[in-house]
Design a protein around this ligand. Structure first.
Ligand code: ATP
Ligand code: HSE
Length: 319
């Protein structure tokens, strides 16, 4: 596997693109802060005379098996930015990222598609351009930036471009996610947010987001719980996610270093210290689900440092 890189092999060779899940916001970093998680969307792309789009596996049931598929549309975004037509190919799509759960499935699909389209074209776009295409399409960079670069990314999108800083995950910082068995689309979870905020809320948000980014950059795990306070989105989304308010208030009593709604939800993210056991936290998160009549999964995951990877089959240049 190699990081996003110029094409090294002939234009007709099969290649795979693997893009990770992500958790956006981390509390106050609304639309601007996210991290990458090791659940993957994988594309297997084979140039051929006619386009074929093949979603595989139960995770993608119901997604279109034709050119309207989001991944294929994303491949065309790369071609449009490059000002060239997309060469035809067979595109097989698989994913481990549950859809519409707040784990960045759409960002993984978008990044994987743009990187695949770019590869098919011989890599006219550099990684910063790939990120900018993705951030403009999604409307915010907080999932697509960690999906592309891995680790933790602070990013902002403005008229001039998408600007970002990637941080290596601090030592001993692990993630526990509670993934409920129900979907919540990002559009529904954005629709409940107010259009305007008071100056007090704005100052609260920017000071906490700034503290969180600084704490993550120097590994101050003791500050996470305080820095992750948020009044911009979680309070409005809490009615859509049973148990969220309890977890935000009490997870620290069970070993969490901090807790947040993951992306637009319904997944909830807790940070933990990887040197400490997480059994108590798991038991607590399961009890919150049970109290609220929910089922779902609780998983410990590391932060994925690698981001999107491209692998080309070993094909000799002479073939
Ligand atoms: N691999 C994929 N192939 C095709 N479509 C996909 C794929 N992954 C995601 N999608 C599309 O994206 C939608 C989910 O996007 P949505 O933004 O609502 O949630 P999310 O990205 O999983 O969560 P969040 O943005 O809160 O982290 C799916 O319903 C589907 O239409
Ligand atoms: N920042 C986005 C992430 C989900 O796409 C939100 O919370 O709506």
């Amino acid at each position: 596997m190699t990081q996003v890189s110029p094409a090294q092999t002939p234009g007709n060779a099969t290649f795979t693109v693997r893009a990770p899940a992500s958790s956006a916001n981390l509390g106050p970093g609304f639309d601007s802060l996210g991290l990458s998680l090791p659940l993957y969307t994988t594309l297997r792309v084979t140039p051929q005379e006619a386009t074929e789009v093949v979603p595989l596996g139960p995770g993608l049931q119901g997604t279109p098996a034709d050119e309207s598929n989001y991944v294929y549309q994303a491949m065309w975004l790369a071609a449009r930015r490059a000002g060239r037509p997309l060469p035809p190919a067979r595109v097989e799509i698989e994913t481990e990222v549950p859809l519409a759960r707040g784990l960045g499935s759409s960002a993984a699909a978008l990044i994987a598609g743009i990187v695949a389209g770019n590869e098919l074209l011989g890599c006219p776009l550099d990684p910063a351009a790939v990120l900018d295409v993705a951030a403009r399409e999604e409307g915010h960079p907080d999932n697509v930036a960690p999906a592309l670069f891995g680790g933790i990314v602070v990013a902002t999108l403005d008229k001039l471009g998408t600007h970002y800083v990637r941080l290596d995950p601090p030592a001993h910082l692990g993630v526990t996610v509670l993934v409920p068995d129900f979907e919540l689309s990002t559009s529904k979870a954005r629709a409940v947010l107010p259009r305007e905020y008071s100056r007090a809320d704005a100052v609260h948000a920017l000071s906490h987001a700034a503290l969180l980014a600084a704490a993550l950059s120097v590994g101050r795990l003791d500050l996470l719980r305080h820095a992750m306070q948020d009044y911009i989105h979680q309070v409005w989304r809490a009615p859509l996610v049973p148990g969220l308010s309890d977890i935000l208030e009490s997870a620290h009593e069970y070993g969490a270093l901090g807790a947040a709604l993951s992306g637009a939800g319904p997944t909830v993210l807790c940070f933990h210290d990887t040197r400490e056991p997480t059994g108590q936290l798991h038991t607590y998160l399961h009890s919150v689900m049970a109290r609220n009549g929910l089922t779902g999964q609780v998983m410990d995951l590391p932060i994925d440092p690698a981001g999107t990877l491209v692998e080309r089959a070993q094909v000799a240049w002479a073939e």
